[in-house]
Write a protein that binds this ligand. Structure first.
Ligand SMILES: Cc1cc2nc3c(=O)[nH]c(=O)nc-3n(C[C@H](O)[C@H](O)[C@H](O)COP(=O)(O)OP(=O)(O)OC[C@H]3O[C@@H](n4cnc5c(N)ncnc54)[C@H](O)[C@@H]3O)c2cc1C
Length: 434
């Protein structure tokens, strides 16, 4: 037998069908000024439109149709070349977020029943989103094309069920929302994006990294706020991360990031991040804060996994004050060894008589496969076993506290639901929506 492995793959000539396969996916029409309509063919089975339903709810049902994200992504890519970058082939997760937001906006407006504050809540949300969109550098043209693509997609989905009533309602709703989005973007101060360099990477557990960066210009975020971040590990994917230390003039920022299985960014970030990498940070957003108005109201903080980051930032900021409200912090994770930030929190509590820490882990023991763990310090309260919501609500309703919750979408849902069921007034609970 010959040992010759044959020609290197690079020496293989390109065949015509390879080239055809490569270019088949590239649609040059928008770049050549041609407007190709990917939704020209009517659907075999248009969505049902309830003729008797109020128009906002009929629009909500059309947007909730399973086919909407895919059809809308196609319409957007055809509407403007810039949307090809903003909405890549796998735009479905982003568009599902859009569906969720529009469903909430349409329902809140429909059921407002004359309550202007409800409608103002929707407009305020759109302004907030617009402030975040500053990082995308959108022009009025983009808003117009987005609206046209939305109308086109819904009309296509409804088929013969589309009528003037839906067209007019959608036009009005979109005008209000896109105006608020543009107002939000215009109101933002400071640069829309700031570069930052990774200067240190720590790996406290198998699936968490602590990344320290120095930003080119100080990003003046409030403790508890989050930043949208663009990294080189998953190009074009913006994700929100919460700094775990307060802003400082040296531009030092620290993030804690967990690898979410199946996620678009976190896995490649946790595996790939290295010193010298360049990130882009957008302006800060988010409303988590400790109410310091006097007389102080005690605080209950509940942090799961890397959700500890913004709470730790709030605590570090509180250390700068002589007087503070009492804080009871429940810090939870799946396994005891995943409570990677406990040493820092215990150090803080040692000099802060107002701070009590209660560690919680769902399992009692670390699994063998989790690898070597750091020795965790003892806390005043012994570690409890169970979920965070179980650990917190066994002590009652905490009705007199301001409550701040931070963690995964699942943990937030379970914790807020459990607290409300235990008697905590919903308006006392703050968290940033996933
Ligand atoms: C206000 C805010 C602040 C955040 N701060 C941090 C932070 O400081 N550190 C951090 O690690 N993450 C933080 N996140 C989550 C982060 O933005 C990403 O959603 C997360 O890193 C997953 O991104 P991905 O691209 O890998 O997964 P995606 O592709 O976005 O999502 C994959 C799936 O995982 C779910 N998912 C998203 N986040 C989590 C999570 N934390 N746990 C379990 N499932 C999840 C999503 O709902 C989705 O179903 C924050 C999110 C918000 C809204």
């Amino acid at each position: 037998m010959s040992d010759d492995p044959g020609p290197e793959p690079a020496d293989e000539p390109f065949h015509d069908h390879d080239v055809e396969r490569l270019v088949a996916d590239i649609d040059l029409d928008p770049f050549l000024g041609r407007r190709h309509d990917p939704l020209a063919e009517p659907l075999d089975e248009p969505a049902e439109v309830g003729a008797q339903a109020p128009p906002l709810l009929a629009l909500r049902d059309l947007i909730a149709d399973d086919r909407f994200p895919e059809l809308f992504a196609r319409a957007l890519r055809a509407a403007d070349p810039d949307f090809r970058e903003l909405f890549p082939r796998d735009a479905t997760p982003v568009l599902r977020e859009f569906v969720r937001a529009m469903t909430w906006a349409f329902e809140t407006t429909e059921y407002a029943d004359g309550d202007r504050s409800k409608v103002e809540e929707v407009v305020e949300f759109a302004r907030h989103l617009g402030a975040d969109h500053r990082k995308l550098d959108l022009a009025p043209r983009h808003h117009q094309r987005f609206g046209e693509a939305l109308t086109h997609t819904l009309r296509h989905l409804a088929g013969r069920g589309w009528d003037d009533r839906l067209e007019t309602t959608l036009a009005t709703a979109y005008r209000v929302l896109s105006t608020a989005l543009q107002q939000g973007a215009a109101a933002g101060e400071g640069p829309a994006r700031v570069g930052a360099t990774v200067v240190e990477v720590l790996r406290p557990t198998r699936d968490v990294v602590v990344v320290r960066l120095i930003s080119d210009v100080m990003v003046d975020y409030h403790p508890g706020q989050y930043l949208s971040v663009l990294t080189p590990y998953s190009p074009g994917v913006w994700r929100r991360l919460s700094p775990s230390i307060p802003a400082n003039p040296a531009g030092q920022i620290e993030f804690h990031i967990r690898d979410v299985p199946g996620g678009a960014l976190s896995g490649s970030l946790v595996r790939g991040v290295g010193v010298g990498d360049r990130w882009v940070l957008a302006r800060p957003l988010g409303l988590l804060e400790v109410d310091r108005s006097e007389p102080f109201r005690d605080v209950l903080m509940i942090g799961g996994g890397t959700g500890i980051a913004p709470l730790r930032c709030l605590l570090l900021d509180m250390m700068r004050h002589g007087q503070n409200p009492r804080v009871h912090l429940f810090y939870g994770a799946r396994f005891p060894g995943d409570l990677y930030d406990l040493p820092t929190l215990v150090d803080l509590a040692a000099t802060a008589p107002w701070l009590t820490i209660q560690p919680v882990a769902e399992e009692d023991e670390d699994p063998w496969w989790a690898g070597p763990r750091q020795e965790l310090p003892r806390t005043l309260h012994r570690r409890q076993t169970g979920t965070l919501v179980e650990a917190v609500t066994q002590w009652g309703s905490w009705a007199d506290r301001q409550v701040i919750v931070s963690g995964s979408p699942e943990m937030l849902r379970a914790t807020v639901r459990g607290l409300v069921a235990a008697g905590t007034p919903r308006e006392n609970i703050s968290f940033d929506r996933p």
